[in-house]
Design a protein around this ligand. Structure first.
Ligand code: COA
Ligand code: AMP
Length: 631
């Protein structure tokens, strides 16, 4: 069947389409229908089915005779270790850890926060939660204690699972002290913490609360897979909005299993038994969907890579991993490929490796710039597929579905909408924009299985954030257009979220931190263009009247404050002191105009600007640090 036929087939009868896709999943009790729309515009999928995520990702493959197949390869250049875990071993590991959690009182519906680096135990912890029906919430290791505390307070976990440390190329990340600080700051108290002691650092354990990973599991009865309803949350994953605390994206179990399995065959074109590698982190949605769940649900071998594209030890690491583990399909963020390209522009290191098994490279997480796409295609000599999605959707909204049929590539476009997504370009008035014209990208409701049904404990915030602006549609927060061939072009965010090295960050959250500095009267954070990371945050600080401290001191403290409160992942290194911020007459800060100035453009002052002369003050403040046209 062609892509056009498949998409048409979905459009004609979405219910039949998803009920058929659901057959690739092992249900304890098959769902009687796919879509549940009684609470529209809040939708659910497969709610009356009974199913277990760990059974589908692990046990069923063992029962089908594939117990010896490798489920997870851990490849850790930062510690010099590799480890293979078979499906049978993974079943035993998740059963034992799940049993220990159950013995400690963690059960169906209880939340478990996981704060771990890229070690196989992170996947074991996630799958063990799925096994017993607990809801995990993984927090990325590059966030500071304060961000972890916010998530702990929102998810209110019964247990926290962490490691003693993570290993970054230039330093050890002290996960356990960060967790202790987070628990100190949080109002919620979990009953227990389970700590994986790594050989690089032994953490201090608090008697009564903290348990060592192995001791915790001693003598525990292996847990069976607990069937849960299709709408039971599998996990909560926090993501950045423009303002306010992070949003807890909920993923319901049934739709997540069905959609991910469908995507492996139809988007990624990968078969059970093949090796699929997503070089991301378990703390991001790519890690949830395509390091842990999808490859395992589909019976593939997945790779947990604890390293960086460059410097661990060199820009040939990705090629080495693909060779050593015979990777067929590879997925990463454009920024990672840009980092490699910068170190090895001609791709010379590739000559040392055999990548004959590699079939396709997938890119997502940020805009795939044509230079990077072309370079990847040239040095790797495989199709390069850009695809577009978000934490909220959990799988691709638009892609080139090579598993159905490879469509002609248009570099710079993530290609076409996937079945389930009726994508529309809407204008300010909510009306549809003509072909080729820019607008807000929205998806007609309902969103397909696997996407967020709501935000954790926050139905109203879900409606306000995503459904209110265009009734009947989900607002993606991205702007773009559709061309005459139906290809989508993603151009910008419509909010103040920025994308730094494929990580989505809230400028509002950074402003909140900067505003707490005692010398800062007012501030703004914008994203400025960066050749490696796509965007970098840049702060503008207006100081209190009478503050005569050297500006460099305030800037240094501001930078340190963001790192301390949000974490190193914010990559906040640049700030300037200015007298005033450009605003509209109604007092709204003109961030988009400031970003254009920083990127060296010469924007016409918006008609609503209060005082156009401020733009030249902004330019003068930026030039000495290499922005606003002098790069
Ligand atoms: N735990 C703790 N700290 C972390 C971390 C983690 N899991 N991941 C990153 N950090 C820290 C880094 O050590 C760095 O700290 P530093 O300021 O002390 O150097 C900071 O966060 C910024 O990290 P990063 O964005 O990774 O920048 P980098 O300069 O170390 O590396 C790249 C640049 C391009 C190589 C890197 O960003 C990369 O590999 N990106 C791929 C992104 C990706 O996979 N995105 C997922 C979406 S698909
Ligand atoms: P996250 O939720 O962190 O995965 O970030 C999602 C956001 O990243 C999207 O809303 C886009 O702004 C951006 N993004 C992700 N993939 C792409 C892509 N292929 N092209 C352009 N932007 C992308």
């Amino acid at each position: 069947m062609s892509y056009a036929n498949v998409y048409e087939c979905w459009k004609r009868d979405p219910e039949a389409f998803w009920m058929e896709a659901a057959q690739s999943i092992d249900w304890h009790r098959a769902p009687s229908r796919a879509l549940i729309d009684e609470r529209a515009p809040l939708y659910e999928w497969f709610s009356d089915g009974l199913v277990n995520g760990c059974h589908n990702a692990v046990d069923r493959h063992v029962e089908a005779g594939h117990g010896e197949r490798t489920a997870i390869i851990w490849d850790s250049p930062v510690t010099g270790q590799t480890r293979h875990t078979s499906y049978a071993e993974l079943r035993d590991l998740t059963a034992r850890f799940g049993g220990a959690l159950a013995r400690a009182g963690v059960g169906k519906g209880d939340r478990v926060v996981i704060y771990m680096p890229m070690v196989p135990e992170a996947a074991v912890a996630m799958l063990a939660c799925a096994r017993i029906g607990a809801i995990h919430s993984v927090v990325f290791g590059g966030f500071a204690a304060n961000e972890l505390a916010k998530r702990i307070d929102d998810a209110a976990p019964k247990a926290v699972i962490a490691a003693s440390c993570g290993v970054e190329p230039n330093r050890t990340v002290h996960y356990k002290p960060l967790l202790d600080a987070a628990l100190e700051a949080a109002s919620h108290r979990p009953d227990l913490c389970v700590i994986l002691q790594r050989e690089q650092e032994t953490a201090e354990l608090e008697p009564g609360r903290d348990h060592e990973w192995h001791a915790f599991q001693e003598g525990a009865e292996p847990a069976k897979c607990v069937p849960v309803e299709g709408n039971h949350p599998a996990y909560i994953l926090y993501t950045s909005g423009t303002t306010g605390p992070p949003k807890g994206v909920v993923r319901a179990t049934g739709g997540h299993l069905v959609a991910l399995d469908w995507s492996m065959a139809n988007i990624y074109g990968v078969a059970p038994g093949e090796v699929y590698w997503a070089a991301s982190d378990v703390g991001w949605v790519v890690g949830h969907s395509y390091i842990v769940y999808a490859p395992l649900i589909h019976g593939c071998t997945t790779i947990i890579f604890e390293g960086k594209p460059v410097g661990t030890p060199d820009a040939g690491t990705f090629w080495r991993v693909m060779q050593d583990h015979a990777v067929s399909v590879f997925f990463t963020a454009p920024t990672a490929m840009r980092a490699i390209k910068r170190e090895d522009p001609r791709g010379d290191l590739l000559a040392n490796y055999d990548l004959s098994r590699l079939r396709t490279l997938f890119l997502a997480g940020e805009r795939a710039d044509p230079d990077t796409v072309d370079w990847c295609g040239r040095v790797l000599n495989v199709p390069v597929v850009d695809h577009w999605w978000q934490t909220e959707t959990g799988w691709a909204i638009a892609a080139n579905p090579v598993g159905i049929e490879p469509l002609p590539v248009k570099v710079g476009s993530p290609s076409v909408p996937m079945p389930g997504y009726d994508v529309r370009i809407l204008g300010e008035d909510g009306g549809e924009r003509p072909v080729g014209e820019l607008g807000s990208i929205a998806v007609r409701l309902p969103l397909p299985p696997g996407t967020l049904p709501t935000l954790w404990n926050a139905d109203d915030r879900f409606r306000e954030s995503y459904l209110a602006r265009f009734p009947g549609f989900y607002e993606t927060g991205d702007a773009g257009y559709v061309d005459e061939d139906g290809y989508l072009w993603i151009m910008a965010r419509t909010d103040d979220v920025i994308n730094v090295a494929g990580h989505r960050l809230s400028t509002g959250a950074m402003e909140e931190v900067l505003a707490s500095h005692p010398d800062v009267a007012e501030c703004a954070v914008i994203g400025v263009a960066d050749r490696l990371k796509g965007q970098l945050p840049m702060g503008f600080l207006c100081l209190n009247k009478g503050c005569d401290r050297p500006h460099e001191d305030v800037v240094r403290e501001a930078v340190a404050l963001v790192r301390e409160r949000i974490g190193p992942v914010a990559a906040f290194r640049h700030a300037v002191v200015v007298d005033r911020l450009p605003k509209t007459r109604s007092g709204k800060i003109l961030r988009a105009t400031m970003a254009k100035v920083a990127d060296g453009e010469n924007p016409a002052p918006p008609a609503t600007i209060d005082d156009p002369s401020i733009l030249s003050e902004i330019r003068s403040a930026l030039e000495p640090i290499g922005y606003a046209g002098r790069r």
